[in-house]
Design a protein around this ligand. Structure first.
Ligand code: FES
Ligand code: FE2
Length: 363
C-alpha cells in the first residue's frame, strides 16, 4: 500500500472534540491520489443518487450515469428495476450511450452483442464456434439498486447495507415530498474539489449573511440549527416572512438535508431542489440541480422560473468562492482550519465519515 498516502490520511484527527477540531488537511483537496481512493471507496462504496423514478416508469425505460468514472445503467424490466455496469462483456464498449431512453434490449453499438433488460446475454453474433462460452453465465454485472420516494439510488458495493436515512425518511414523507413534481434540471460546474462544494453547503449558514445577501433576507440566521444523524445532516432554518424573496421561499422553516457523501435535498413549502455533487477530477466538480414544485402548470411557470433564478444567483456566488477556496488550498501557506462549534458540526461529521471510509480502504 502507498505509505505516502497513509501518512496523508494520518494527518487528520477525527477524535478531537468539535471545539478543538480542525478541518481535513489541504492535501486531501489537491492530491490526485486521495481523489483516486475516494473514487473507489467513497463513490464506489456508498449509495449514490442515480435517477428519478418517474424516468423509469415502464419496462424498457433506462437512465445511464457516470459514477465517478464507472459507467452504470439503470433499467426497468417486467419485474422491477435493475442496475448494471454499462460495459459490454465482449470488448468493453459502453452499451447504452444516451443519458436516458427507452429500449427493448440492451444492444452494444460495437459488434452487436445484445443483453436482455435483466442484463443476461441474449445474442452474440458470429461467436457460435468460440469454445467455452456459456451465454447463460455471461451478463452485465449487476449492482445494487434502491428506491426512496421519487429517487433511485445505486451502490457499486455488492455487500453494501441498505440505504440508511435515519429520521430523514419519516420527516420527508410527512412533508409529502412525493407530491412535488419535477420541473427542470440545471447543471453547474465548479473549479474546485467536490469536498469544497460539500464543505460550503455544510457550514451551518456561516457564509450566508456575508456571501448570499438574497438568501440572508429570508432565513433567520440566528436560529439556524444543525442535527447530525448517521450519514445524514439536517440544517434547519426558520424563515422570515418579509422581503421580496419571501414569496419564493415560503413556509415556517427551510430544511436542508445532506446525505453522505454527495446528495442534498433543500425543502421549502411547495418548493424543493436536489443537488448531486459529481467529481469530474480532483479539481473539477459538476453539481446537478433538479427543481421540483407543487404546481408545475403553465400558470405557475413564471413563479417557478423566478424561484430557480433566485437559486442561480446563489450558485454563482458559491462558484466564485469555491474557486477561491481551491486556489487557497493550493497554497503552501495553509494546512487546515478550525471549525465553529456553533456552525460547523455538520462539516465535521462529513470529514469524519470521509476519513473513516478512506482509512478503511487503506487498512
Ligand atoms: S464490445 Fe460490445 S459487442 Fe463488441
Ligand atoms: Fe452558499
Amino acid at each position: 500500500m502507498d505509505d505516502g498516502l497513509k501518512a496523508l490520511l494520518r494527518k487528520y484527527d477525527s477524535k478531537a472534540p468539535l471545539d478543538r477540531a480542525f478541518t481535513i488537511p489541504r492535501s486531501w483537496y489537491v492530491d490526485p491520489r486521495v481523489f483516486e481512493l475516494e473514487r473507489k471507496t467513497v463513490f464506489g462504496g456508498n449509495w449514490q443518487y442515480a435517477a428519478r423514478l418517474d424516468q423509469l416508469d415502464r419496462p424498457g425505460k433506462y437512465v445511464t450515469l457516470d459514477l465517478a468514472g464507472e459507467p452504470v445503467v439503470v433499467v426497468r424490466d417486467a419485474k422491477g428495476l435493475n442496475a448494471f455496469y454499462n460495459v459490454c462483456r465482449h470488448h468493453a464498449a459502453i452499451v447504452l450511450t444516451q443519458p436516458s431512453g427507452d429500449c427493448s434490449t440492451l444492444r452494444c453499438p460495437y459488434h452487436g452483442w445484445t443483453y436482455g433488460l435483466d442484463g443476461k446475454l441474449k445474442a452474440a453474433p458470429d461467436m457460435g464456434t468460440a469454445k467455452g462460452i456459456d451465454k447463460g453465465k455471461i451478463g452485465l454485472p449487476p449492482i445494487q439498486v434502491e428506491v426512496w420516494e421519487n429517487f433511485v439510488f445505486v451502490n457499486l458495493d455488492t455487500k453494501a447495507k441498505p440505504l440508511e436515512l435515519g429520521g430523514m425518511r419519516a420527516h420527508l414523507s410527512e412533508l409529502a415530498i412525493g407530491k412535488l413534481k419535477f420541473f427542470e434540471r440545471r447543471v453547474y460546474e465548479f473549479a474546485c474539489n467536490w469536498k469544497v462544494y460539500v464543505d460550503n453547503y455544510m457550514d451551518g449558514g456561516y457564509h450566508v449573511p456575508i456571501l448570499h445577501k438574497s438568501l440572508a433576507a429570508v432565513i433567520d440566521y440566528e436560529n439556524y440549527t444543525i442535527h447530525s444523524d448517521g450519514q445524514v445532516v439536517l440544517q434547519k432554518s426558520p424563515l422570515k416572512a418579509s422581503g421580496a424573496a419571501a414569496k419564493l421561499r415560503r413556509g415556517r422553516d427551510a430544511y436542508y438535508y445532506w446525505l453522505y457523501p454527495n446528495f442534498m435535498l433543500n425543502w421549502y413549502e411547495g418548493v424543493m431542489d436536489t443537488n448531486l455533487v459529481l467529481p469530474l477530477g480532483h479539481e473539477r466538480t459538476q453539481v446537478v440541480f433538479d427543481f421540483y414544485f407543487d404546481d408545475v402548470s403553465p400558470a405557475a411557470a413564471a413563479r417557478n422560473r423566478a424561484s430557480i433564478d433566485l437559486g442561480e444567483r446563489i450558485q454563482h456566488e458559491d462558484q466564485d468562492i469555491s474557486t477561491s477556496v481551491q486556489r487557497g488550498l493550493g497554497s503552501r501557506s495553509y494546512e487546515a482550519g478550525r471549525l465553529s462549534e456553533r456552525r460547523e458540526g455538520g462539516e465535521r461529521r462529513f470529514h469524519k465519515l470521509l476519513a473513516g471510509d478512506l482509512r478503511r480502504a487503506l487498512r
